[in-house]
Design a binder for this molecule. Structure first.
Ligand code: RIB
Ligand code: CA
Length: 327
């Protein structure tokens, strides 16, 4: 199977960090071309430091470019409770030897896409607010021909986590989401309808933490922080939202998918950031139903795939470290 070439735009963030582990575990199927960072869970400075350290920890030899430091028109809304002041809970990773790219992430993405050969397309996986992607599409619409699809974690057909109806990534920058929704680029929305079923349970997290496996230990600590420092502690499990776009690319059968038309509430009222999903196919031409949304997920399959692959990544990291010590 030909490797799918992807770019990850993210705001690590505990679940983004686990998503990067999942990407690192799948270098056979996914070719990660670059990581770009965006203000979201924490400041863009903090999430960029995290992305550099995570890439090095997972032995991901990819460029990291720092992006937008605020939403397009609004003030940042950091998620310190869920992700901690650093963005990675209480995890402390070694300082990265690699620096971020000099170029702003939006310019970096433009150059990377513009330099692709004619007909080449890559998938953008976005797990933070869509600010970078919106800027890219507005400033450089000609790059759309090189984007196969944007698979993003955000929104919901029903429900919210910041408000009763709005999800964090969309709530943080609804204007950016609207630009992406109206861009004409093929979209797959991995919203709360699916991600609330894609969790790790407390007992699974404890096993990860106690495993002695480097990747499992880190991901267990990250998930454990978000579990025990939020109301998820009463739920006994925590959603690993940002793994879902990647798991959809590799195991679409885990999910139930539906076509729709996406819009978003950009008001300042109680519905700010609510995604509006129009499923009325009988009201629209087929080509208007240009987005897909994940409407359900097999949570048990999600857990099996994620836990197995994190352990395998950790074993690989240990081998690579031993080989490095003997080289
Ligand atoms: O609502 C969950 C999303 O918001 C995830 O991407 C998480 O990292 C936060 O950014
Ligand atoms: Ca995120």
């Amino acid at each position: 199977m030909e490797k799918r070439e992807i770019i990850m735009d993210c705001d690590p963030g505990t679940d983004d960090a686990i998503a990067l582990a999942y990407a690192a575990a799948h270098t056979e199927e996914l070719k990660l071309l670059a990581i770009t960072t965006v203000s979201g869970n924490q400041s863009v400075e903090k999430v960029t430091v995290n992305a550099l350290r995570l890439a090095e920890f997972y032995n991901l030899d990819v460029p990291v470019a720092k992006g937008m430091d605020t939403p397009l028109t609004r003030e940042p809304v950091y998620a310190s409770k869920f992700h901690g002041e650093t963005g990675l809970g209480q995890c402390v990773l070694p300082a990265a030897s690699r620096k971020a790219e000099e170029e702003h992430a939006v310019l970096f993405l433009h150059r990377l896409l513009a330099e692709l050969p004619e007909g080449k397309k890559v998938t953008i996986v976005a797990t933070g607010p869509l600010t970078n992607i919106a800027m890219l599409l507005k400033l450089f619409p000609q790059v759309k021909k090189h984007i196969r699809e944007i698979v993003f974690m955000g929104g919901a057909a029903m429900g919210g986590n910041v408000t009763p109806t709005a999800e964090f990534n969309i709530y943080t920058d609804p204007e950016a989401a609207r630009i992406v929704f109206r861009s004409g680029v093929p979209l797959v929305m991995c919203g709360l309808d699916a991600t609330l079923k894609c969790t790790l349970k407390r007992k699974q997290i404890i096993k990860l933490c106690q495993s002695g496996n480097p990747a499992a230990g880190l991901c267990g600590d990250l998930a454990g922080y978000s579990l025990e420092n939020t109301s998820n502690k009463y739920r006994g499990e925590v959603s690993i939202h940002d793994v879902v776009p990647l798991m959809y690319l590799l195991h679409p059968d885990i999910f139930k998918i539906q076509s729709t038309i996406l819009d978003v509430d950009c008001s300042d009222g109680p519905a700010r950031g609510t995604t509006l999903c129009d499923f009325r196919w009988w009201e629209h031409e087929e080509e208007e139903m240009d987005a897909f949304i994940l409407m359900d997920a097999d949570g048990t399959r999600f857990q099996e795939e994620l836990i197995t692959d994190i352990y395998e990544l950790g074993e690989r990291i240990k081998r690579q470290k031993e080989e490095g010590m003997h080289s």
